[in-house]
Write a protein that binds this ligand. Sequence first.
Ligand code: HEM
Length: 383
Amino acid sequence: EKFPPGPRVIPIFGNVLQLNLKSPIKDLERLTKKYGKVYSIFFGSRPLVVVNGLEAFKETLVSKAFDFCGKPQDIMFNYAFQVQAHAPGVVLADYSPIWKEQRRFSLMTLRNFGLGKQSMEQRILAEISHVTKVLEENAGGTMDPHLLFHNAASCIICQVLFGKHFEYEDEFLKFSVELFHVTSKILNGPWGILFIIFFLFFWSWCLFMIGILCCFYCDKVIFFFNCKNVIFTFYVQIYDAVIHESQRVANTVPLSVFHETSKDTELMGYFIPKGTMIIPNLGTALNEDGQWKFPHEFNPENFLNDKGEFFKPDAFLPFSAGPRMCLGEGLARMELFLIMTTLLRKFDFIWPEEDGKPDFTPVYGVTLTPKPYRMKIQLRATQ
Ligand code: HEM
C-alpha cells in the first residue's frame, strides 16, 4: 500500500506503451507533475521507482546511500556487457566488496596516471593543439564539429591508457568513435533489443565513452596556482560559472546509471522493497524551482554569489552524489576547462544565419547530445 503511486499498469507491457522510449524525458516530467517527486512505473511486470528533485536525491544518494547503491544485475545490459560476478567492473557492479575494491583501484590508477597533476594538464593541452590545428584549417568556413570533439575526447583517454596519440584519420580511432556513436544511439532506443549484438563490442569501447561523456572539465586549483593577480582570478570565477552553467543546461547524463535497493527501505514515506530498480532523474535537480536563481534560462549567475564569486549550489548533481558518484569527475572538469578556455581565446564560433534558428531539442541516448549542427569558425583578432 505504501509503494509509490504511478500510472495504471497494462498487463504484460506494464507502462512501456505509455512512454516515448526514444525520448522519455518529457514523459517522466509529465509523470512528476502528476504523481510527485517519487513515483513508480512498470517495465513489463518489473517495478521501477523514479526519483526527482534535490530533497529526494539527498535521501536516496546520501543519507540512505547504502540502501540504494546497488545496481540491477538481471537486466539485458549486464548480459550484453558480459558482466560477471567475479569481474563486474565498476559502473554496472552491484554494491559488494568487489565493487569497492575495483573503484578504489580505478581511482588510484587514475591518480597514478596523473589525474590532478601537471602531467595530465600537459597531455590535455597537447591534444588541444590537434583540435586547434583542424579549426585553423577550417577558419573562415563552416564545419560540423561533432566528430572533431569526439575524437579529441577519445584521444585524451587513449593518451592515458596507451600513452600514444592517435591521428584523427587513424582507422582504429575512426572505427571506435563511430561504433560508440551508433551504439549509444541504439542502446536507449526502442530497437535496442534487436541490436544486442552491438553491446558485446560496447564493453571494449566503454573507456571511450568516458571521454565522450566528459565534454571537458577542469581542476581550477591548477589554474589558480598560475594566477597571482586578483583580476585574473575574478575572470576565472566567471569562466568557471559559464562552464558549470553549460553543464547544468546540457544535462548530459539525465537519468544517471540506474540503481537498485540492496534491502527493504523507505523513501520520503514510501516503502521500497529490496531489489527495486531506482532511476535517479538527475535533470530534475538541475532546473528545479527554488534551487536556482534562473532555473529555466542559461545564466552563469546561477553559479555566482552576491559578491560575484563562484559558488556551487547543492542541486548541481550532474555527476550524481554519494558512494556511486562519478569516478571521472576530476578528469572531466580538467578537460572541459582547458578545452573551453583555449578554444574560446583563439576562435569565435558563430551560428550560420543561413541555417535558420538553432533547434535545441536534445537527442536522447546514453547521454543527451545536440542535433547535428554546423558552426562558422573565425580566428579572433586578439588572442
Ligand atoms: C561530463 C562528464 C561526465 C558526467 C556528466 C558523468 C556522469 C556520471 C554519472 C551520472 C554516473 C552515475 C553515478 C551513479 O550511479 O549514481 C557516473 C558514473 C561513473 N562515471 Fe562518470 N561522468 C562523466 C565523465 C566520466 C569520466 C571522464 C570518467 C572516467 C575517467 C567516468 C567514470 C565513471 C565511472 C567509473 C562511474 C561508475 C562509478 C561507480 O558506480 O562506482 N565518468 N558518471
